[in-house]
Design a protein around this ligand. Structure first.
Ligand code: ZN
Length: 366
């Protein structure tokens, strides 16, 4: 463990990669209020940006699933027009770029934005347009953004969403995900849809192994998931003896051997109860065992986090240092759903030179 902790400003300047971030979990409170006024949405608990931001954070941190889900009712509630989606997506690009993120995959369930009459295609087109606008606004901090189309577990539209994702695959939709409650909605019921996506050589990441344990991870992998959304419960298949020596079960060994990326979201996992605290988060064990660990935000508004903030919290708890954050960043870039040559270019042209420049600034031994 390195004694000195990294300064927040330094972490922010590191070229970072984000694979698990929900578009509807990252709105600015001010934007929610503006969009609610424009669309005549009257259900917000407050129209003061500070109080509203505080309300969202309380919902995430109270251990109340109902309150947590209610927070998304309001963000999704104001994401019902083309202009609203463009603004939300553009601000997502701006906020991530300001945090030093150079590549991100943002995900959202398009079926949630059709209540005002938009078609699924119009929803995706508006989001991609917003990403383009936002990325163009942040000239000094280049960011590449791609979209993951999410289908909701509890709904019945996975087939439609898969077709939608494939229609837009050359325009910036690089993968498919399912989200929503794990318990009671096993992904197996979407087996035919996943089979079709795999056959189309499309990318899949599935929310699995967050609230629910090993069976959901096993099922996600059986269905063709290349990455695990959270996947934190893989620790249930690792035994530690009193000396701290780890023995991996078959599934954990498979996940590590195959370099299957784990999209860990530390603060969100604490809020959802999947981990007791940052200090006790399985992140530390999993990275020491050299699983393909990546660090992510999940819902920046509700969890009141940024990617830099997550790295700072992990650095404070485990003494990551610059080298380990670079390793985690390379893990994420290697695991991205961008074509291979573009991933390689991000690594050689942006990430490695960026970390090398920051390393050169620091006095030897720091
Ligand atoms: Zn998530």
């Amino acid at each position: 463990m390195s004694a000195a902790r990294l300064e927040a400003g330094l972490i922010q300047r590191m070229p970072k990669v984000l694979l698990h971030d929900h578009l509807d979990g990252g709105l600015r409170p001010r934007t929610i209020i503006d969009l609610a006024a424009e669309q005549g949405y009257r259900k917000l608990p407050s129209t003061d940006p500070e109080a509203l931001g505080e309300w969202f954070r309380r919902g995430a941190d109270q251990g109340s699933l109902e309150l947590y889900l209610e927070t998304f009712e309001h963000t999704v509630g104001v994401m019902q027009t083309r202009d609203a989606l463009i603004r939300v997506a553009a601000e997502c690009a701006e906020d991530l770029a300001a945090d030093g993120v150079v590549y991100a995959e943002s995900r959202y369930a398009p079926e949630l934005s059709t209540a005002g009459g938009l078609t699924l295609d119009e929803v995706v087109e508006a989001i991609l347009e917003g990403f383009r606008i936002g990325a163009a606004r942040v000239q000094g901090r280049p960011i590449v953004l791609r979209f993951l189309a999410t289908a909701m577990r509890q709904a019945d539209r996975a087939g439609e969403i898969a077709d939608l994702a494939l229609r837009h695959r050359d325009a910036g939709v690089v993968g498919f995900d399912i989200a929503g409650p794990e318990a009671g909605y096993p992904p197996g019921r979407f087996g035919v849809v996943f089979g079709r996506l795999v056959h189309a050589n499309f990318h899949l990441t599935l929310h699995a192994g967050e609230g629910y344990g090993l069976p959901s991870i096993r099922e996600a992998l059986d269905l063709g998931a290349e990455r695990l959304g959270h996947g934190v419960r893989i620790v249930d298949d690792i035994e530690l003896d009193t000396a701290g020596t780890a023995t991996l079960g078959r599934l954990a060994a498979y996940v590590r051997d195959r370099r299957i990326p784990l999209e860990l979201c530390p603060t969100s996992n604490v809020h959802s109860g999947a981990a007791a605290s940052i200090e006790r988060h399985p992140f530390d064990l999993l990275r020491r065992l050299r699983f393909r660990v990546t660090v992510n935000t999940d819902n920046r508004l509700m969890s009141d986090v940024s990617l830099s903030g997550e790295f700072a919290a992990l650095d404070a708890a485990f003494g990551l240092g610059l080298d380990e954050i670079e390793w985690l960043t390379l893990n994420a870039m290697k695991s991205a759903f961008l074509p291979f040559d573009e991933r390689l270019a991000m690594i050689t042209d942006t990430i490695k030179p960026g970390f090398a420049a920051l390393r050169a600034e620091r006095p030897a031994g720091a």
